[in-house]
Each structure stands twice: as C-alpha cells, then as structure tokens.
Design a protein around this ligand. Structure first.
Ligand SMILES: Nc1ncnc2c1ncn2[C@@H]1O[C@H](COP(=O)(O)OP(=O)(O)OP(=O)(O)O)[C@@H](O)[C@H]1O
Ligand SMILES: [Mg+2]
Length: 255
C-alpha cells in the first residue's frame, strides 16, 4: 500500500555477506518522500551494496527493504518502474549526441515523443546548446548532468545517485548539486552516496553514516552536530563540521 505518509524508502534489518565478509549487518533506515538522503561511509563500507539491493540489482540475505511502497525482493519489477539508478560509471554513449542519448532511453522505455522529452531535459539541464554535439566531447560535469537527465526519463519518483560528483571539479559539482536540489524540490526522493562530507552537509535533509555494517548515526546535520560538543575558542563557539563528526564517530568505534 502506498499512502502519502509511507516513506519512499524503508529498510529494516538488512543483511548481506559476500562469502565470509559481512558487509551489511542489520541496516535500518527510512527516507521520506521528496527528501534528499545522504549515505556516508568509508571505502568498502557497503554503500554501493545497499544501493544495489534497493535498486533490485542484488538480493539481500536477510531483512526487508521497500521502495515507493513495494518490497524489493517480492515485487522487483514494480520497484524498477519507480526508480532510476545513476552509478559512478556513466551510461552515456560517447558516439551519440546528448540529444540522441536521451531519445534512445525514451525509445527504450517506449515513451511517446522522444524528441520532445529529449529537448525538455536538455533545457532543464542547461545542455540545449551542447545537445547536438557528440557526448564524447562533453566535460565531466556535462556528462554527469546528461547521465542524470537520462535517468529521469519516465519521471521515476525515487532516484539513487551513487557518488554523483566523484571526479568533478568544484564548479561541475555545484551544477550537479543544483540539479539534485531542483529534483527534490519537484518532489523526487533522492538517495545519494558520497565520499564528500561537504556534499552531504550542503545537500542532504538527512544524513546517515554506514560503518561496520550498520547505520552508526542518522539525522539532520543539526542533530549530528549535537553529538559532538562545540569547541569554545576565545568565547566564540565553533560548531563541529560534518567531517569532524564523521571522523570522531568512526574512529571511536574502530579499534
Ligand atoms: N560482488 C561482490 N563480491 C564480493 N565482494 C564484494 C562484492 N561487492 C562488494 N564486495 C565487497 O563488499 C564490501 C562493500 O563494498 P561496496 O562496494 O558496497 O562499498 P562502498 O561503500 O560502496 O565503497 P566505495 O566507497 O569504495 O564505493 C567491499 O569490501 C567489497 O570488496
Ligand atoms: Mg561504492
């Protein structure tokens, strides 16, 4: 059942191992509709594994997960219709132009008027002028924007962005951030993973830190800041940055 109050993503006790390696050891989280949720964690923490389970590419060993009100294990086809996934390695075809890439996806999804859909997305992502150029000539930021645009064809209510700005320069990152904010503003739910703590700090409504197979902490940036005392320097309070919170929490629990 899907009602307005159903979270867009609900994960409960999720477990996944690869052989002896226990990657997810009981992950719980909820993402509200139309919000941006950032999943943080070091290399190998299991972020991509979690995203792959939520996007039905991988089966969990235990626990449950639902996306847009549908169970990923029992209704994967329905979940697939409600989501899109943009991975770190863009699905862009370099030989085709930006417009042709978009039209191809629209055609594969059997949508009417692929040209109109392509032109609309090119305009939304400030790619109209570049639309007739081969995608192989695009900069990293343009390519990433095209990739996100491609993933929006069909208006999925939930999108997964696995490290959407890795390798981009600061200007291109800001362009992707604006894109993501516009999406959430229009009601799309966004779950993104990132290595960049400032990205989570800047973009996310709620932030979760995945560490040693579990969600170590989850909350708004303000809530996470309360976990560390503010340092008082010459009578001026200095709020901890998300990076300081992340390092303090993950180092404490290491050992
Ligand atoms: N198909 C697989 N077979 C075996 N081990 C795997 C497989 N997929 C992932 N792993 C292992 O699971 C762990 C978690 O990997 P995952 O890719 O989910 O981490 P991540 O948090 O996305 O890391 P990164 O920040 O480097 O992208 C890693 O130790 C990885 O080597
Ligand atoms: Mg990953």
């Amino acid at each position: 059942m899907t009602t307005a109050s159903t979270p867009a993503i609900r994960v409960s006790g999720l477990e996944k191992s690869f052989g002896e390696l226990e990657v997810l050891r009981g992950v719980d989280l909820e993402v509200q509709r139309g919000s941006i949720f950032a999943l943080l964690g070091g290399n190998g923490a299991g972020k991509t594994t979690l995203v792959r389970i939520l996007s039905t590419l991988l089966r969990a060993d235990g626990g449950t997960a639902s996306v847009a009100g549908h169970d990923v294990a029992t209704a994967p086809d329905t979940v697939r219709e409600a989501i899109s996934l943009t991975g770190q390695f863009a699905a862009v075809d370099e030989v085709l132009t930006g417009r042709e890439n978009l039209m191809l996806v629209a055609q594969l999804r059997r949508l009417h008027s692929p040209g109109v859909i392509a032109d609309d997305l090119l305009a939304r992502f400030s790619l109209t002028e570049a639309g007739s150029r081969r995608a192989g000539t695009y900069s990293g930021g343009m390519r990433r924007r095209l990739d996100i645009a491609m993933s929006l064809i069909g208006d999925p209510p939930v999108i997964f962005l696995d490290e959407p700005t890795t390798g981009l320069d600061p200007q291109a990152r800001i362009e992707v951030w604006q894109t993501v904010q516009a999406l959430a503003g229009a009601g799309t739910t966004v779950l993104l993973t990132t290595q960049y703590l400032d990205e989570a700090e800047h973009l996310a409504d709620r932030i979760a830190i995945l560490h040693r197979g579990r969600i170590l902490v989850e909350g708004t940036l303000a809530e996470l800041k309360k976990l560390l005392p503010a340092a008082t320097v010459e009578y001026v309070e200095k709020q901890p940055t998300l990076e300081e919170i992340f390092l303090a929490l993950t180092e404490e629990k290491a050992a």
